[in-house]
Design a protein around this ligand. Sequence first.
Ligand SMILES: NC(=O)c1ccc[n+]([C@@H]2O[C@H](COP(=O)([O-])OP(=O)(O)OC[C@H]3O[C@@H](n4cnc5c(N)ncnc54)[C@H](OP(=O)(O)O)[C@@H]3O)[C@@H](O)[C@H]2O)c1
Length: 257
Amino acid sequence: MAHTPKVVITGASSGIGRATAVTLHAAGWDVVAIARRGDELERLADELGHERIETVTLDVRDGDAVRRLRAVVGVPDALVNSAGGARGLERADAAQWDDWQWMIETNVLGLVRLTHLFLPDMVARGSGTIVNVGSVAGEFPYPGGNVYGATKAFVRQFTLNLRADLAGTGVRVTDVEPGMVGNTDFSRARFGGDEARAQAVYEGMTPLRPEDVAEVIAFVLSRPAHVVINTISLMPSDQGFGPFHVVRRSEDVRASS
Ligand SMILES: NC(=O)c1ccc[n+]([C@@H]2O[C@H](COP(=O)([O-])OP(=O)(O)OC[C@H]3O[C@@H](n4cnc5c(N)ncnc54)[C@H](OP(=O)(O)O)[C@@H]3O)[C@@H](O)[C@H]2O)c1
């Protein structure tokens, strides 16, 4: 009988993680969907007909709960680390400590914890793919990005360092780095549930859809075993790069420049 590959997806209750669950399920994968909102996971399982879908309500910041996953899940063929997000957009000196702590604990420690859990068994088996959902914010700073950008730079560098360790083991690691993705809870969560502020982020432009990112993740996972994609960056075509920000200290300087 043909082997049915199994993928563990964190952040599967909304946005990119959820779309990845739907896309990979359609491609024939067994899906283990993880997030904190059990009701949203249940909706996903309903949508997928309760076939080849297992849901685990779990906070990736909870070390004991994550450790228990190993016995439940076994050794997956792939791990997609999508759980995460941004909290706040204040200048660094006005940022809330709780927001900074949340982003580091979720985007960095949560992702590292899941990776640490499954990696030894993947290496022992000689196969497996880990896809980390980073961000263009990990490469390009923007005002108010501060700790969010830094957590995503960590994700990128962690991915590349894993590649350095894992070459030749049969275990592949990829950082998928999207720009603006609409139809997610990302901006709503960043702005503490302020729907109007969240909507304004995507006003007058067409952001990526979660499905666009899911298709890239499916592409990464469907490469033959001898191919690994280190990093892959994608943006909506309405998004680009800004000029360097320069602070002019006086009107005189401003006038003469
Ligand atoms: N949207 C964008 O513009 C964008 C751009 C680049 C990168 N990204 C990255 O893409 C990833 C997915 O974000 P998204 O855009 O799809 O936003 P989203 O809709 O808010 O999805 C975030 C997911 O992470 C889960 N999550 C958050 N904290 C968790 C925790 N402690 N334990 C378990 N699950 C947790 C959420 O589920 P629960 O609340 O149910 O736990 C949700 O399923 C994030 O890492 C984000 O940084 C997003």
